[in-house]
Design a protein around this ligand. Structure first.
Ligand SMILES: [Zn+2]
Ligand SMILES: [Zn+2]
Length: 387
């Protein structure tokens, strides 16, 4: 069973919604215009309830099916990125400096497409809760929604989400029966030495050398302290210091990202980072402060729900287009918090050979919107058939 016919019928409408959303990209929790537009469209479909103001500018909409049954949660993220869209792009962002470069305009559109179909047909039991969340890229809008009690308030039993995937064939699905995406932590190191003349280093305590030494030593956590068969990434992504060729600066700043799946590995990294920063500070004669910020947890699918979602994906795109055990990757995703609260699954939906996520040339592929909407719609009908 390919894309749902009724959804294919209104695919041109979906393109219009998607491109309108693309023109009004908003950051973080401040998805004000986006939420207003989504609300306006949902009202036109005749969904049963619309609750705004959740996690600042998130929305939960309810569609009642026929007869008793559980509530199934379907989630889309709505926020954009602080990237300037290239000039000349079609339906270019009207918010300078902001851009939908992760395809969340497409995710929102796919969930709207499913909402339209489900509100028209109601060929399912129980209820559907449509979760439109802000702040996936930063802050963790999903975490805030969970902390605000969305799962209990709307009696949600299970949750599902999709993310588009450049490089995966158009319309193909990929998921995994357990861990899918990593936990992400951030470390920041502030080094204070003693600045001075570049020609008289013996009179200084050079934070540049300390920063270089720390960055090198931090990489040995992966290569020397860590079991080779476990997943771990540590990337030093920023070192800032200095102002001139003949000045040894007073301070230096280091920052980076840590990706793990296993909490034991995460704890080991915290301990070793602390030891390395303290040890290097002594060795280089500087002071150093480490800030370790724990971020999104690992995104872990429920095995049975992931298998079920893969079955639904096969109904839509065919067995050859579905990878049910596609391995894990080191990216991160705040849907992890919803999966901690309820069983469910997160899947990637291929959007073909396009620019990568977060690249200024990226654009969501409108051709996959009916595929994603059909996936959500069939998932509900298959999970909760009318009896
Ligand atoms: Zn992103
Ligand atoms: Zn994204």
């Amino acid at each position: 069973m390919p894309v749902v016919n009724r959804i294919a019928d209104f695919s041109e409408d979906m393109k219009i919604w998607r491109r309108r959303l693309h023109q009004i990209p908003e950051l973080g929790l401040e998805t004000v215009k986006t939420a207003a537009y989504v609300t306006e469209i949902l009202e036109g479909f005749g969904v049963d309830e619309i609750h705004g103001g959740i996690a600042s500018n998130g929305i939960v909409a309810i569609i009642n099916g026929r007869g008793e049954g559980p509530t199934i949660g379907l989630r889309a993220d709505m926020d954009a990125l602080p990237i300037t869209e290239p000039e000349g792009a079609e339906y270019r962002s009207t918010h300078p400096g902001n851009m939908h470069a992760c395809g969340h305009d497409g995710h929102t559109t796919m969930l709207l497409g499913a909402a339209r179909y489900l509100a028209e047909t109601r060929n399912f039991a129980g209820r559907v809760a449509l979760l439109f969340q802000p702040a996936e890229e930063v802050t963790g809008g999903a975490r805030i929604m969970v902390e605000e009690g969305v799962m209990d308030r709307f009696d949600i039993a299970e949750v599902y989400a999709l993310h588009n995937s450049p490089g995966l064939p158009e319309g193909a699905f990929l998921t995994a029966p357990g861990p899918l995406m990593a936990a992400v932590d951030t470390f920041t190191i502030h080094i204070t030495g003693l600045g001075g003349h570049g020609a008289m280093p013996h009179e200084t305590r050079d934070p540049v050398m300390a920063a270089c030494g720390m960055a090198q030593a931090i990489q040995t956590i992966v290569s020397r302290n860590h079991h080779a068969t476990e997943d771990l990434v540590i990337s030093v992504t920023q070192i800032h210091t200095g102002t001139a060729d003949n000045v040894i600066p007073e301070t230096a700043f280091i920052n980076g990202t840590i990706r793990t799946f296993n909490p034991d590995v995460q704890r080991m990294v915290m301990t070793r980072l602390d030891e390395i920063v303290k040890g290097c500070a002594v060795a280089y004669g500087v002071r150093a402060e480490l800030d370790y910020e724990v971020g999104y947890p690992a995104t872990i699918n429920d095995a049975a729900k992931a298998a079920f979602a893969a079955d639904v994906a096969r109904d839509i795109s065919g067995a050859s287009q579905v990878e049910a055990d596609g391995g894990r990757e080191m990216g991160a995703e705040d849907f992890a918090y919803m999966l901690q609260a309820r069983p469910g699954a997160y899947l990637f939906l291929g959007q073909g050979e396009t620019a990568g996520l977060h690249h200024p040339d990226y654009d969501f592929n409108d051709a996959i919107a009916p595929v994603g909407a059909s996936f959500f719609a069939r998932l509900v009908e298959k999970a909760q058939p009318v009896v």
